[in-house]
Design a protein around this ligand. Structure first.
Ligand code: K7E
Ligand code: CUA
Length: 659
């Protein structure tokens, strides 16, 4: 099929789908489950799920945590977003986490989640996440289910191709979605000079083995391609990296048409071990006109810091002859997914009518034999398609996006346009099964499906459209997840459940890997917060100019102090609340009437700060927002605000008034 034929075919197919879903319910839509499906997802009250699943929240900027197979929502973790429930981005301690070189950026578009790996298996330590809009990477600590670190990525416009990690999470890889001129004043160029001035950058962000701390080790500068998705080699292909690229036309306007001209775009194969060698040998160039924020949350001070960095080391792939190779890949590839052994790489051309599967062994042989096309692409050798190809999955469906693998040598590819998941054998490329999704599946996830030994058993399709699946909720309907049992020959639909925001990629981790290490409370003796209150005897108020600092403790069922007088209009009041409980699941909340930010939710052993600028004279009550005991309603107090210059002395107490 040529491009024109294909497009009309795809459009016709899409039209059929949309007619049927906006008209009447498609046949069998509601009854696609068999009798024992309920039993397979039923986790009786009081029992635990088998897997934790970490799901991207798309344009909500959050990450949500579900149990599998129940589909129970366990937690929503703010990452690139504000969360008034947890005061994320509102408390004084967490505000620095959302700082960037552009200033405070309280929102982003989180697409991909990848776990930290040891020996190509999830190790239950961290989750990594990307922000697509203002390019950043985050690290979420699986002991606390909190975002511990965010680093901004320079020379990058849209951090979509990210965060994909190497076999032992030596690096988290982040590549630019939009090629742009490098950061700095030289970026002021005519946009039509794209082909001369726009470049891609691939960042290698190292992860400290002990602490997890990020550091941008180096960047690779590439021709002006748009990087979409990536997968690091593992097993036989460890040391390599495969990234899908579109817009090989290097168009700068009307990409819908102009970036869909070429019959094939590329998968870029990078020898990252070589790149690391060159970097360590000092072959890179220091670029000193970049600015990027590096934000860290310290679990002992319970406080984040933000630092602007100004230097990055860049290696141009064209300065070396053995770093980068292009493999032609049909029609605007999206996912590029390496199988568990590391030998096969599935490409997914969004506009292609087949799935090309490349062989790592053949790629290596082609490189050794210089089996390249006559012309380089912007300096990079192009391996001949046939020389890299293991084979093609024929007529798999319409609009392939992503592929995951099971533990039995099978692959599962999502098809957006034809709304289905297709199972095929990686060796024989034979199609084994197809099941409809409701509707328009984007990413899919097999438990452990990007590791070297997938857990198999479950597949979750993450769908863009739900239409008639759930009760209507106005113009916007929830996006959805659909759980399939993949333990048999045929996939079996078990469950639909809504997601938080738009789901893209997800990771499932066996519950035992995380459960045992989950933190129960912060050790109060190790709390080094500068405004910690060591027990009720130290609770107090202090004035420093127009700043009033309240050193407050919380324990069932009172706040100390609970009577505060002497605050004046024009003051900035900082409530530093220390939860002095040392017991699991015993947070206390804090809110004061008229505060214009959020509540605090303070974990046992932790100190958090709420800034309050009173706007009126009077008595303004405050209280604990988390129903913590039978006398939770009594866990409250009063702040008295007087006019500026009033002679009411600053006092605070609980119980007996101090003289
Ligand atoms: Cu990973 Cu959703 Cu950004 Cu495909 S993308 S769907
Ligand atoms: Cu503490 Cu309610």
């Amino acid at each position: 099929m040529n491009r024109r034929e294909y497009l009309s075919w795809a459009l016709a197919a899409a039209a059929v789908t949309s007619v049927s879903i906006s008209g009447c319910r498609p046949k069998g839509a509601g009854s696609a489950v068999t009798g024992n499906a309920a039993g397979k997802t039923y986790v009786p009250p009081g029992q635990y799920d088998e897997f934790y699943t970490f799901v991207s929240g798309g344009f909500s900027g959050q990450m949500s945590v579900y149990g599998l197979p129940s589909g129970r929502l366990l937690r929503v973790i703010p990452v690139f977003s504000l969360d008034p429930e947890k005061a994320w981005g509102f408390s004084e301690e967490t505000k620095p986490m959302l700082e960037t070189s552009h200033g405070f950026v309280p929102w982003d578009d989180l697409h991909h989640i990848e776990s930290s790996f040891t020996d190509a298996m999830p190790d239950g330590r961290w989750m990594f996440a990307n922000s697509n809009n203002t390019p950043r990477l985050a690290r979420i600590n699986l002991k606390t289910f909190r975002t511990d670190e965010i680093i901004e990525i320079p020379n990058t416009g849209g951090n979509h191709c990210s965060p994909f990690t190497t076999e032992n999470s030596e690096y988290v890889i982040a590549a630019t979605r939009f090629s742009v001129p490098p950061d700095g004043p030289a970026g002021d160029v005519p946009i039509e000079s794209y082909k001369d001035n726009f470049k891609g950058h691939i960042s290698f962000v190292s992860v400290d083995k002990q602490t997890g701390e990020f550091n941008i080790a180096f960047q690779l500068k590439t021709p002006g391609l748009n990087f979409d998705l990536s997968s690091a080699g593992k097993g036989v292909s460890n040391g390599w990296l495969f990234m899908s690229c579109y817009n090989s036309e290097q168009a700068h306007t009307l990409l819908e048409v102009n970036a869909s001209q070429n019959d094939k775009d590329f998968i870029l194969a990078i020898n990252w071990k070589k790149a690391e060698e060159y970097f360590k040998a000092g072959k890179g160039t220091k670029q000193t006109n970049v600015r990027y924020a590096h934000n860290k949350y310290d679990e002992h001070t319970h406080t984040a810091t933000s630092e602007i960095k100004t230097e990055v080391t860049v290696l141009d792939v064209n300065d070396f002859d053995d770093l980068a190779y292009l493999i032609p890949c049909p029609k605007s590839p999206h996912g590029t997914d390496v199988n568990p052994t590391g030998e096969y790489i599935a490409g997914s051309g969004k506009l292609a009518a087949l799935i090309p599967v490349f062989s790592f062994d053949k790629i290596q042989k082609a490189i050794a034999a210089q089996d390249f096309e006559g012309e380089r692409y912007d300096g990079i050798p192009v391996i001949k398609y046939e020389s890299a190809l293991h084979g093609e999955v024929e007529k798999p469906g319409l609009g392939p996006l992503h592929t995951e693998y099971d533990d039995k040598g099978n692959a599962y590819t999502s098809f957006f346009v034809s709304s289905e998941v297709v199972k095929w054998n990686v060796e024989t490329l034979e199609i084994l099964d197809r099941q409809p999704t409701y509707y328009s599946v984007g990413h899919l996830m097999v438990a452990g499906g990007n590791s070297k030994k997938p857990y198999g058993k479950y597949l979750v399709a993450y769908n863009k459209i739900t239409k008639d699946r759930f009760l209507p909720t106005g113009p916007e309907l929830a996006q959805s997840a659909q759980l399939f049992d993949i333990s048999g020959d045929k996939m079996e639909l078990l469950l639909d459940f809504p997601t938080i925001g738009e789901p893209h990629y997800a990771q499932a981790i066996p519950a035992d890997l995380i459960r045992e290490n989950s933190l129960k409370f912060y050790d109060i003796a190790a709390n080094n917060h500068p405004h910690k209150t060591n027990g009720e005897a130290e609770a107090r108020v202090e004035r420093n100019g127009n700043e009033v600092h309240v050193y407050m403790t919380a324990i069932r069922s009172h706040l100390t102090p609970d009577v505060i007088e002497g605050i004046q209009l024009g003051d900035e009041v900082y409530f530093h609340v220390t939860n002095i409980e040392q017991d699991w699941d015993m947070p206390h909340g804090f809110a004061v009437k008229g505060n214009r930010n959020a509540e605090l939710l303070v974990m046992p052993g932790e100190t958090q700060t709420l800034k309050w600028v009173p706007d009126r004279v009077g008595i303004l009550p405050f209280y604990c927002t988390d129903f913590c005991s039978a006398l939770h309603q009594e866990m409250s107090g009063y702040a008295r605000v007087s006019p500026k210059g009033s002679n009411v002395p600053l006092t605070a107490y609980t119980g007996t008034k101090k003289s």
